[in-house]
Design a protein. Sequence first.
Length: 518
Amino acid sequence: MTFQALGLIDPIQRTLETLGYKQPTPVQKQAIPAVLAGRDLMAAAQTGTGKTAGFALPILQRLTMDGMTAPKAIRCLVLVPTRELAEQVYESFRSYGGNLPLKSAVAYGGVPIEPQITKLRKGLDVLVATPGRLIDLHDQSAISFAMLQTLVLDEADRMLDLGFERDLDILLAALPKQRQTLLFSATFSDEIRKLAAGMLKDPVSIQVSASNTATKTVKQWLIPTDKRRKPELLLHLLKKLNWGQVLVFVKTRKGVETLVTTLQEHGISADSIHGDKTQPARLRALARFKNAEVQLLVATDVAARGLDIEALPQVVNFDLPTVAEDYIHRIGRTGRAGMEGEAVSLVCADEVDMLKAIETLTRQVIHRIEEPGFEADHRVPETGPKGVAAALAKKAAAEAPAKKKRPFTGPAGGKAAPGSVATGGAAAGGKPAVTARPAGGDASLGTWTPPAPSDKPPGGARSAGGKPGAGRIYGGAKPAAAAPKGAVVVTGGRGAKSMARTAGKAAAKPGGRKTGPR
């Protein structure tokens, strides 16, 4: 199928030819006709699938055919969760609309608001904005939604993760009821389905790949080590594997700056992106990385959804993310547009619950390679098929009780790096303390196929070969002793200690999310 067959007008087709776009991607084949027809849309599409063009191209065509805008008014509003993603989507609209008489702009926090107000006074066809800054503009009467035709929520799941529910409620109340609404998300979680139910009318539903799966073009592996040795291990891998440019994800802003300092002290060119940096500083760091002026870009998850870097071969999870879905978004920075990529995670004992949640969500057991000289003093417990399968089986039983059992094929072997020891064992595991959202889909990806629940009790551990340094394969753990009647067993905390407490004595403290970047 060609872009012409999708009904796009000649000026857009000429632009696509100039950009080298030859054939539409699966999400574009489904989204473009639906948007051109004026339908609401709910799409599950990960980064790198061409989803931005999937909504931008038909929106630009409809705006071109429907006339001009008025002062202070906008005709299309695209809401995104982060500043980096706002810049990326804005540049896409500018690029795709190069041969069209349309005006577009971008608005986000961290930069002066006056230039944004000046552009809005003249009226815009397309505004790409973060929720917080858009509310500021609306409060100052700098923008009118009276002529709004189309609303796009891009990466809606990330907006909810960043705590934008209240901001979205405020904005939706201010928008016209009669409009076209397009919702794009990497996953179809329960929260996203609830959001969609309240804002979409008879939507076309698109799902271009199995829900909550890591991209197939990314080779994933992990190295167990101690937390204190992670900086040294990263430096070792850079030299040993001769890595080029690498995007490194660290959990905290302080951790980002500490790692950058360590890298620079060892002669490695590195820069950083995180929420404490000003927007101009973040854009400069990204530009330096894209122009290959620095070898490593160290970032928090604020950048996971907003970075669009061509041919990025390597992603390193220096820390595992606390939200399992963020792992998918992190490694989605590499292996894009059909190209191969590699994602390496440095995992310490404190992160085993996060690892279990990630493996449950992505329906795989991530291949382990122990790096000689960096073996963990505090052993990182095996996760293995049984631990992941237990959680998957529980979810499957709740969603489809009549589903047939699937045979266990065993973990696929992988060739370890020279001089290293690969451990592919499995241990009986319980419910991870870091809860993954429902995996969804029937596709089994990764290195193993999850087994159906067994009626037989788990067996004991057995050695894989008995040789020193060899990995061990575990058949399962003995059942724990039953807790007293009326007790709630709580598992978690450092060292995975367990305790029992009487139900009703402890009340859960209400939690909250921090507001995301404006």
